[in-house]
Design a protein around this ligand. Sequence first.
Ligand code: FAD
Ligand code: SF4
Length: 641
Amino acid sequence: MTLKDEAILRALASALFPRGGTLPLGVEDLALGAITERLLSQFPPGMARQMGRFLRVCNLLPLFQKGRTFMSLSEAERAEYLSRAAQEGGTLSKNIVMALNLLCESMFLSDPRAQAGIGYDGAPMKARTREFPESPDLHCQVSPDLQPGDVECDVCVVGSGAGGAIVARELAEVGHKVIVLEEGGPARRSDFDGTDLLERVGRFYRGHGFTATFGSPVILLPMGCAVGGTTVVNSGTCFRTPEAVLHEWAEERGLQGVGPEDLARCFDRVEAELHVEPVGDEIMSRNGRVLRRGAEALGVKDHGPIRRPTRDCHGSGVCAFGCPTDAKQAMHLSYLPAAVRHGAAIFARCRAKRVLFEGNQAVGVEADILAPASKRVVGRLGVRAKSVVLAAGAIYTPFLLHKSGYHHALLGRGLKIHPGCGVAAMFDEEIYGWKGVMQCYYVHDLEEKGILLEATFPPPIVTYSAGTLPFVGIEHKELVARYRQMATLGVILSDRSEGRVAFTPWGPLMLYGMTAEDAKRMQEAIEWSARLYFAAGAKRVFTILPGLEDVRSPSDVPKITAGRVKPSQLKLSAYHPMGTCRMGAHPEEGVTDSAGRVWGVENLFVADASLLPDTPHVNPQITIMALATKVAFHLREVVRS
Ligand SMILES: Cc1cc2nc3c(=O)[nH]c(=O)nc-3n(C[C@H](O)[C@H](O)[C@H](O)COP(=O)(O)OP(=O)(O)OC[C@H]3O[C@@H](n4cnc5c(N)ncnc54)[C@H](O)[C@@H]3O)c2cc1C
Ligand code: SF4
């Protein structure tokens, strides 16, 4: 970045996080140049240039209304301009101000003085009483040691996440020779020991965590990219697919072997392997207790502590940035070590390019070997296999099939994402929501609305509040100063809207437009959250809705659903892409059959989130894992060793 770019950043940051108020520190007191340099060093080299361009555009924005650049405005004018743009501007200017606010808040809260000001010390809820050993060595083969050439196996699995790891282990265990290709690099406990959470996002999330759907609104949709897939960085929440959903899949869609009784042994096996257990009281955050209090006061039927795959969890609350104690039993700590013990080989930083066919038979995979940091292609690997299992996730599995020349009218269609938003509430009491398990308590309304609420409180340093708390400038900063009195939850909406994966020469594009009906349901979810929070004693609930920054009493709650909000006015994120190679009882109803076999092709299977025929109404990883187990059990019967 040039000195001029830095000056623009400083001017914007000073308006967004000015000196003064309860937290005297302002962004101008920080070593902004050094912080930006450190942030940018985690991105590819072109990022600094892009950032510079973005800042110069920001500087020009006021020209249209005020005839002057941002830099030429007085301090008061700058603050007033940003505040107006955030509240009354078009979608673009609102998103720009939100992005800037996120950036500035992240820089502000990364400073130890700001952290001390809000009472954040990063310590786990349960004190560590022992040293933690390094994670098991998966003996991943990576460049430069991984040599280009050709290898052979019984089953080649593409992707090592929730679906792929399960197939690898279940097949290796019965003697099949398995090779796993994984685009991401290995992850180990020591990678998650420090405090630099954003650095981990850069290393273990695809696209540095900046993947999003295009449409109305733009929805942030992060995905993991690591040995272990998204399970390495997910929040760990485990729900079995509700029985009503499985009945629907079995009876109305005619899918084989997906009824509750059929899948019971798959669920049992997965949950036993991962040691799934409910969050205990000793690590339940006050953020979770507040939601429980609200649910009890309102007499909600379905609520409780969230079940998670953990052993000796300390409640450090950073699950989505990799577990520093290996407590969360992600795939690189559970299924993959077992697969490796049974002879499976993992080729990391190896990106499958296409499936190889002979006639209508899949016979292997061609992959690119990637250099460690730059991801430059440094070699080619050919894997010849008797069967190929695609488990690259709901975006990359259909893309890979398309690139391999496979066509199906439903390929990439039917994308569901569980759109969601954060709802924050302010209490008189101190909550310190970041202390304890990040995602720890749920309230569910399956039958009526398909709305799931989960008490979730990411570490303040990752600036969740910039998305959930309103205002900009000193007003927003005052709310950040009271962060320890906030409770937050995440809404998960069982979407009726559908998107698709578009295939471009540069990669997959996620297209998703939210329907007006789903936008209305999102308002209802926020209203329900507000009722729960007021029942728990909240003083203010922040709504994320335009023109209604907060509600201050239960009698104001109906205002949340009073008007209609356009989808483009919502600030949303999503974490559960699925359904893009859905199972179907007949070739015209799905890309795969009920066993995950791709229709019209021999020896080619899908075993990941793409398979889901519809939303499971709950966080999907256990559903994905159970279906992958089912695919693997079928493959055990049919693969010739
Ligand atoms: C921040 C976050 C929190 C979440 N929290 C929860 C939660 O609490 N509970 C829950 O149920 N779900 C959660 N999820 C979602 C859950 O983790 C995913 O639904 C699940 O991991 C998807 O499984 P998968 O096998 O389809 O894909 P993934 O687990 O994403 O695995 C796919 C793997 O394939 C690799 N890959 C892609 N393309 C290629 C290629 N061409 N060649 C080789 N490898 C490739 C990717 O790098 C990735 O490692 C969360 C997701 C996120 C992002
Ligand atoms: S809260 Fe999450 S990150 Fe912290 S120890 Fe438990 S599983 Fe690991």
